[in-house]
Design a protein around this ligand. Sequence first.
Ligand code: ADP
Ligand code: MG
Ligand code: ZN
Length: 496
Amino acid sequence: MQYETVIGLEVHVQLQTRSKMFCGCPADYQNAPANSRVCPVCLGLPGALPVINRKAVEYTIMTGLALGCRIPGYSKFDRKNYPYPDLMKGYQVSQYDLPLAEEGALEIDLDGAAKSVGVMRVHLEEDAAKLQHFPEAAGDAYSLVDVNRAGVPLMEVVSAPDLRSPEEARAYLVTLHSIMQYLGVSSANMQDGNFRCDANVSLRPAGSAEFGTRTEVKNMNSFRAVYLALNYEVERQQRILEDGGRIVQETRGWVEERGVTVSQRSKEHAHDYRYFPEPDLPPLAVAAGWVEEIRRRLPELADRRKARFIEEYGLPRYDADLLTGTRAMADYFEAALALRPPAGPDTKTFAKNVSNWMLGDLSRLMNLENRDITEVRVTPAHLVELLALIDAGTLSGTIAKTVLEEAFTSGAEPAKIVREKGYSQINDSSVVEAAVAQALADNPQAVADYVKGKETAARFLVGQVMKLTRGQAKPELALELVQAGLVAIRDAEGTP
Ligand code: ADP
Ligand code: MG
Ligand code: ZN
């Protein structure tokens, strides 16, 4: 039998706010010493009262708007009850029936064809603490709790069951990830757990209108892992169905090392969360004016920016794709364009030039050192300076690559590197000689003056050589060669 795959994704995104969701503790727990970002509120001590983080609400509304959601005027928080050692209060403050945003859509690109994937809701909750397990290797097994992560704002984006293959699921995730980055609401680093995905998947006979029983797969920390886990799960379910078996609704975990999913808990053991409105927090009245103000501040997202790069700068689609891969990359590119020298090449030529260097040598160096554009010491201004040195004929393309490499390592300005290392082409005496010959030929009056004994005429001619070489000739060399040229002329004319 032919089966159709049905996938819906629940994505948890940690928000990049300064403080936690309901207390004043710093939210930058990632590199902080264990249990150094805690207070009575996020420790869940009795009597401690939460206060809503306005920025987190704003970021969630902003995300909702970017996903075309409706922002209801009224929202509230609810308690989701379950006992677990990483849950300090014994409940998580989340949103149940009145999320901050609902009924949106995300457009994904499937080899040039667009597909709209429904977004059921975007809601706000708090992250849990982190358990560190120490297995029995050293005797008794034990676990430690680090509360730093408890109470960090966590946004959940729930897709409709509209995805029809692991490829579509991956495209959805990549696009959502890019939107988070462009909005600047999260660092959205999957490895660090800032962007986590639970994947729901089921199969149904092709043509059937009803959904099949689903499993939920957790614990994947890369796009690739989500893709592989879904492929595995689709095959596993298909085998069971083909053998006449039934799918058990359950939560399964992806085991990266073995490339398999394993059962974690079945529906029978599913929690009854006993949701009820959080009595310690007021409901939220979301003012329409505030929503509109946030909407006006929405940045241009990757898709629109890509189209604009093609339209406005005449870039090939390939370049535009890579340059808008991350917001930081696109920002770097446009920062460089803004520095285009007025007398330099036109916008489109310049744009392609900047693109070539960014996607060529700069990207090569970044890959080599495993750095992203935000960690690169060559600033847009440095790159533009390098391009100007090439345009001016000071640097050949080959030397320019060397200069870029040094700038990449040291962070020094290209012009400074060229000066200090004498990389300028015009250190070469044959080049300066040619400029001297030209200066002498172009200025017969000055040469005649010199021959008549007016020594200052030599200084004027050196100035002409500097002009011809755009200031790049070594002054001492220019003077030496001008004098030698003049003496030769004078001697040839036999005048004392
Ligand atoms: P729960 O709250 O129990 O996790 P929801 O109805 O909120 O359930 O759905 C959670 C996710 O599961 C959503 O992303 C949804 O699209 C997806 N989903 C629901 N039913 C199915 C199904 N039969 N197959 C695949 N995904 C599904
Ligand atoms: Mg779920
Ligand atoms: Zn706290």
